[in-house]
Design a protein around this ligand. Structure first.
Ligand code: 5AD
Ligand code: SF4
Length: 447
């Protein structure tokens, strides 16, 4: 049958959708040209904020009547459990984040067994035969691939539902990760992005180590050691990873950045707030000063080191003073890009027991203020790069202007340049001299 997957949420979900795609192809199904053309539609959902969940559930609801099979997967399914069928009574199947390996089997039960309303939300990982994924071309950018290194999360930040829906933290064994990246590189992938809710915690928990095998080197070393092993893989050009916690910005990590030429000098380091009082309430386990110390460390290593972040505005009890602290922290850190989120209470989290007392209009105002600050800061940060030469991996024509090519530099900055002649194949490294800076992109010419 022809299938289509609609993905909401973060890179983890993108990666999970890719794995499902590989499993569906292996089970003999084929990709539909688009949603309209599909017999089977799978919606991969997010639940990090209420709006995100509503979007995914709404999408599945709109499709149900028109499709032979409709399924919902991902984080919202885990949060809703059996209630998902109250919202979507005609849904054929629903699977939580660690159970998507069962999808082809569930489709078979729906199509050949006439069943519906199937629910899979257990906590055990269903093996997916990760090899099915290796060499799978990412639509549009076959030279890039996500690789999950850390599943779940045990941080328990007060506002966050992720530990409830993605389960306990678990590190995949290094040999498995290395084998996967090696295989991807053999299939032409030159850029990998290692995924985990808090990747620098890699190696703190994994099955073999829990069973008593010594953890080689401990927390401070496991991730840098993994980076060193991956850096040696032939054919690979770039290694990225996301997301990070400032406590992981250790000497060992700095050394790995310096020693491993393939490791990109970009880090997504969510700060959430610049107020010590709010950070403590959130359970973030760092102060403003500790966060800024991590930033300084990375910028000392390389002044061009690109830093991006996530910020929440309107957390319960956030005063004007707390908000101004966030503003000034963002300025001190000099972020290259920032994602701002309006606080949304998630059922069952610690923060959801506090009054959601910042009015919607005030959350909106704070959001706009931070975005306006970031526009100016992004422009200023990018102006420093005018005249420099960036190595960019070509991703093809720019979406906004087809006469231009687009790609990203090592700092994950979007770079566009004028196309001359036939465009180079996707993934080709191009040297671009920057001639113009904008808040979100660099414009230049190929040299
Ligand atoms: N409300 C608003 N934003 C949230 N995030 C996580 N939980 C919430 C919530 N309850 C944001 C954080 C996180 C990003 C992925 O989503 O900033 O880093
Ligand atoms: Fe990703 Fe969190 Fe959304 Fe799940 S709930 S898709 S982990 S952002």
């Amino acid at each position: 049958m022809k299938f289509h997957i609609h993905t909401y949420g973060c890179q983890m979900n993108v990666r999970d959708s890719e794995a499902v795609e590989a499993l569906m192809l292996a089970a003999g199904h084929e990709r539909a040209a688009g949603e309209a053309d599909a017999d089977v539609v799978i919606v991969n959902s997010c639940t990090v904020r209420q709006k995100a969940e509503e979007k995914a559930v709404g999408k599945a609801g709109n499709l149900i009547a028109a499709k032979k099979v409709t399924g919902l997967m991902g984080c919202a399914v885990k949060r809703l459990g059996a209630d998902v069928f109250k919202l979507l009574p005609k849904l054929d199947f629903a699977v939580g984040p660690r159970r998507f390996g069962l999808i082809p089997h569930l489709i078979d039960r729906v199509v050949n067994g006439g069943e519906h309303g199937l629910l899979e939300v257990g906590d055990d990982e269903v093996p997916t035969g990760i090899d099915a994924h290796s060499g799978l071309a990412r639509a549009g950018a076959p030279f890039q691939s996500y690789v999950t290194v850390l599943l779940g999360c045990d941080n328990r930040c007060s506002y966050c539902i992720v530990p409830d829906v993605r389960g306990h933290e678990f590190s995949r064994p290094a040999r498995e990760v290395i084998a996967e990246v090696r295989s991807l590189a053999e299939h032409g992938v030159t850029e990998v992005c290692l995924l985990g809710q808090s990747v620098l915690r890699y190696g703190v928990r994994n099955a073999a180590w829990d069973a008593g095998e010594p953890n080689p080197g401990g927390f401070n070393e496991a991730f840098p050691r993994l980076l060193r092993s991956l850096d040696e893989i032939p054919g690979l050009r770039r290694i990225r990873f996301t997301s990070a916690h400032p406590s992981g910005c250790t000497d060992e990590l700095v050394r790995a950045y310096l020693e491993c030429p393939k490791v990109c000098r970009h880090l997504h380091l969510p700060v959430q707030s610049g107020s010590d009082r709010i950070l403590a309430d959130m359970g973030r386990r760092y102060t403003r000063e500790q966060y800024l110390a991590a930033v300084r460390r990375l910028r000392e290593l390389d002044p061009e080191f690109a830093l991006t972040t996530d910020v929440i505005v309107g957390y319960p009890g956030e005063t004007e003073e707390d908000f101004e602290a966030t503003r000034s922290l963002m300025e001190e850190a000099g972020f290259d890009n920032a994602f701002v989120f309006k606080y949304s209470p998630r059922p069952g989290t610690r923060a959801a027991r506090l009054p959601d007392d910042v009015p919607v209009a005030e959350k909106e105002r704070r959001d706009q203020v931070l975005l306006a600050d970031q526009e100016l800061r992004g422009q200023r940060r990018n102006e420093r790069l005018v005249g420099t030469v960036r190595e960019v991996l070509c991703e093809g024509p720019s979406k906004r202007n087809r006469a231009r090519l687009s790609g990203r530099d090592g700092g994950n900055r979007i770079v566009v340049w004028k196309a001359a002649g036939s465009p180079p194949p996707v993934g080709t490294p191009v040297l671009v001299r920057v001639t113009e800076a904008h808040p979100q992109i660099l414009v230049g010419e190929a040299i």
